[in-house]
Design a protein. Sequence first.
Length: 353
Amino acid sequence: MAEPGRQIVFAYPGDLETPTGGYGYDRRIISGLRDKGWTVDLLPLGDGFPFPEAEVLDEAARRIEALPLGSRIVIDGLAYGAMGEMAERLAGSHDLIALVHHPLFLENGLPQETADRLRASEKAGLEQARTIIVTSPATAAQVRDCFGIASERIHVVLPGTDRVVIGMKPETNCPNLLAVGTIVPRKGYDLLFQALAGLTDLPWRLGIVGDTTRDESCFRMLKTQLQANGLQDRVTFHGAVPPEDLADFYTKADIFALASRYEGYGMAYTEALAHGLPVIGSGGGAVRETLPEGTAIYCGVEDVGRLTAALKLLISDTQAREDLAAAARQAAEKLPTWADAADAFSAVLEDRS
């Protein structure tokens, strides 16, 4: 039984079981809080966020308003960012806690009008939240600078990683590359393919794990790009996989490479480190600070030349792969666990009691 005051409602959009980093964070935090004695009631808010139909948005507000007065409600930012001025009405009767994985308006590929509308909505909503939890210091800085939110209202709770028992990898003449992330422009698969197009003289194969249905036009363009560069037989899209199956992909990989344009944190990078993989990463946001110095090759933002050089090195040089893998294993021991993440999240909630 939960202690008095250790009760929250966790409101989320869509399907909580969706295999993405953001939903994975939510699930692990909910589980960790329950392990620590919190009562966590789940409140689904409907589909289509962050661009829900008007009736879905109205129903989400009604569900929140129907909760007992004074309820503490953690609202995932994918939904909260779309609530905008509606949050002012909700904040009058409830304790709203916004969980921001990354500002929605920074998603790559958005028309400017849409980005501006999202930014205004997020700003209006966050101004009403009594507490804001973010998943990285970089996102904390963006929430402060982009929305004018006071630093003392923003709390960082880093994602955790599982400790992994790493076995010996067999030597290979054809390294298996792995990328993990939903097929959307922000993940930079087009950049990764550009870099790999210059390395067709080297042996490699690439597996991609991530939902191919989120942005079907992006997926079509990527397949066209592969065909144009003659890479279609070297690259396999595995689609979204259940979390319990993802570890097998990391275990079988030799190199992790993701050319993100932006990440709020980059859980796939830390999962790769935890599996002892040499990592090639790029992107703004938190990627640079997520990848500890000396444990990965960081390639900036949209720098295909640096990506190509990093891939060429790790594909062709077994010793370079082994050295970086050893550094990754050491760094992984210092990453926070999910128990640490739950402790930090709980501490923020307790401070709001």
